[in-house]
Design a protein around this ligand. Structure first.
Ligand SMILES: [Zn+2]
Ligand SMILES: [Zn+2]
Length: 98
């Protein structure tokens, strides 16, 4: 599952949303079957990834979850992702709710 790294932005207003996994970090872990990365997925950011952020891209269908730090999760401007980061679908119907 390889998608563009360019031109992502935070999907606002998702703070109250939860899925069956309990947290979006757990959701990422359950969906990706990978280990949690040590740093944030946003290009140029070396902060520790602490949460699963909802991100959207005009060239990608649906919302994705990316490991991010608190500060990048609050960005209001578009950002790029590091190459090779793993994104999982935020669509519960395809993942934990099926
Ligand atoms: Zn989930
Ligand atoms: Zn960051």
């Amino acid at each position: 599952m390889s998608v563009t790294t360019i031109g992502w932005s935070n999907k606002g207003g998702t703070g109250g949303r939860l899925c069956n996994c309990g947290s979006w970090k757990k959701h990422w872990l359950n969906s990706s079957k990978k280990t949690w990365p040590s740093s944030c997925s946003v290009s140029g950011c070396s902060n520790t990834a602490t949460l699963g952020g909802h991100i959207i891209n005009p060239n990608v269908t649906g919302e994705r979850i990316a490991p991010m730090c608190d500060s990048c999760n609050g960005l209001s401007d578009p950002f790029d992702l590091k190459g090779g980061v793993t994104l999982v679908s935020a669509n519960k119907g395809n993942t934990c709710d099926k």
